[in-house]
Design a protein around this ligand. Sequence first.
Ligand SMILES: Cc1ncc(COP(=O)(O)O)c(C=O)c1O
Length: 396
Amino acid sequence: MTTFVHNDLDVSAAHVVASGQPLYPAVERTSAVSAIANHANTSPATTEQREAIFADPGFGRYFSDNVVRAVWTKADGWHQAELVAGSASAGGLGINALHYGQSIFEGLKAYRQADGGIYTFRPEANALRFQRSAHRLALPPVPTDLFIGAIEALVRQDQAWVPTDPDQSLYLRPLEFGSEDALGVRPSTHVTFVLMASPVGAYFPQGVKPVSVWLSDEYVRAAPGGTGEAKCAGNYASSLIAQAEASDNGCDQVVWIDAIERKYIEEMGGMNMFFVYGSGSSARLVTPRLTGTLLPGVTRDSILTLARDLGYQAEEGTITVDQWREGCASGEITETFACGTAAVITPVGRVDSKNSGAWNIADGGSGEITMKLRSALVDIQTGKAPDNHNWMHRIV
Ligand SMILES: Cc1ncc(COP(=O)(O)O)c(C=O)c1O
């Protein structure tokens, strides 16, 4: 049996955005769960099988030997926390998540550093965002100690699945869904939490190469009062048609515009965006403000901090499609990049659209500040640079 005791995390100060509002307000610890029972896979993959996967892991194609799962019911709260082999399936075809989309998830990575230690990056921020997503989808929040305890238990058990190549990592996927096997549009009375892990290489296999983006004029990702700031399954289902439209128009990714005025830039696919004004030490970075329709990215929040550490002005603001196009034409906007856990930082080189024109960002290449910020963040995650903000959480 693996007990999971996690020290109290002071998350209140670490996630305060410029407006002074906590980005990830803490919720009460309600967990009665004090241990994750270890029923690990008795026939895990062999070293040879893992090495064959590490040779070309792709993204999310393979899973480690085990998962952690726990169940919530009204009567018992969170219970039956256990580390078990293989499949994460729960419930039959009637489950609420399948019919009504009561399902949320998270994404973070475990990194193996040169000293052999295995770390995750700001897991408490993901725990708190998971709780906020749960609230919006009328799901019971997974307590922080269960969330982080599950990560610790699974990464410890499946540590051989954390690649040694610094360009690879073990992607961790917490998932929570309504698992009551009964029809009816109401919050599920039986809920399952699962943590699974997948060894991954680069999210964009072509490497750090600027992407082209398609402005989505027709489809909207999120509207005020909707679920835009929750990491819920439905947001991704409804994004697929716009991503397909982007591909049909020869673009790598879709850029979302606000639902009301149809002019403010919000996000790129599953990543937040930054716009760089000017260059050198006087450069200023702007990222779209969190209006309730954007996902509050952990990477976005970290880049606001790192950019200031590097001496740049970095702020939340607004930018319209016209300002983006005209800023690039005048040379005022020198770089644009997107950021998120999966791909870290990706330069944006070109924009295309049906109604708003097409243009390059500077020469369409990877900007200097973009790449500097990318290295600053990756170096902390891989242990090459000091972790001045206590973002790394050691597991092994
Ligand atoms: C819609 C969306 N925006 C932004 C992000 C970036 O968030 P993070 O930096 O926490 O990975 C993600 C990924 O989780 C996402 O799905």
